[in-house]
Write a protein that binds this ligand. Sequence first.
Ligand code: ZN
Length: 423
Amino acid sequence: MKPIALLPYMGNRISRLWLVVLFATVTLSARAGDVVDREITPWQPGMLDIHQISSGRGNAGLYIFPDGTTMLVDAGELSKKVPRHTPDRPNDTRPAGEWIVRYIRHALRHDPQPSLDYALLTHFHEDHMGDPTDSQPMSRSGAFKLTGLTWVGEHLRIGKMLDRGWPDYSYPKPIESAAMKNYRAFLKWQTANHGMKVERFAPGRNDQVVLCRDPKKYPSFDFRNVGANGEIWTGVGTVTRCHFPDLKNVPLTDWPHENMLCTAFRLSYGKFDYFNGGDIPGIPAEGLPQWHDVETPVAKAVGPVEAAILNHHGYVDTQNEFFVATLRPRVWTLSVWVASHPSARVWQRLRSSRVYPGPRDVFATDLHPATQQVISGIEKLASDHGHIVLRVSPAGDEYRVVIVDDSSESHRVTKVFGPFSSR
Ligand SMILES: [Zn+2]
């Protein structure tokens, strides 16, 4: 409205022409990107989108690769809420699995028949896979309960499922939690009835997750499996090495715990690199051997990246100095809903220009109010709540961070950061 109101005062042709140019520029730039207070724009071919979904019940990520290939990374759903948790997002009228399905359908609205080409389960904890309880509904088949990942798989076709344990789920010892039994029942039914493939995540390889819709068009895309079960890529070819000692010589109390066995991967698109290591630790608990640090060998293989998700939600046992200094991302994302995450020391390492120079921003899905009270400087978070969408432009030269409202299903953009240049 303003330019029109100004016209009578400007009065000559040059000013009018200038206004037309200005108006066209504003309109074009609005079309090209996401604008605060409007619905997030749909994914388009050539873009790489990484959505970190805020549910208040666990970790869930949706990836849309440049040719439209889709991948889910975890779909957690803790069964209980306690005071140290943030509330359900958007609210408690639906379970997390259902909210995640609805979020994915919206993010994939460019596709009339949305599906997931891949789903990766980083490890077997309920905040990443779901938690079957008596109150959870059964699937239509009656073969498994619907919670987190199995809820998503019931409603969206999954082409290939990847995890660290297929087919026997016995490393380092048989895993017999209720969540695992339910997950295996889900796999059994899906492979027999829906043609779902399941594979064990194979460290070192870069051909297990590939573009499946138009791969020739985006030759610079690469998905590298970095580690799982203590087998870690060396950074050379597809060669890996075993980071853990022979467990025959290790007392049972020192055996690797579930987080140490997480999958880790690096995603590259042109000059853009991104890292996800699930819940891997990098600071051994008191008295435990140094090989309980999984971050250090992983960081050596991965090198610097543009963006990374914090390991283990920023808990005390993660983001060691070597890891932070080696990856040195411009953008950190934090999948969080618990008051103890991140820890104060992790926050200090992320912020320290002694650990690595240059600017950086940290984005959290849902920081607990208690954490805001306890950690000094945490108000410097670029964003403390909302779905976090990392949008990498075609060819990977630059990227933005778009924060989307998680208090409703408006999909309204609340903040936009960038563009940042890939190095
Ligand atoms: Zn976790």
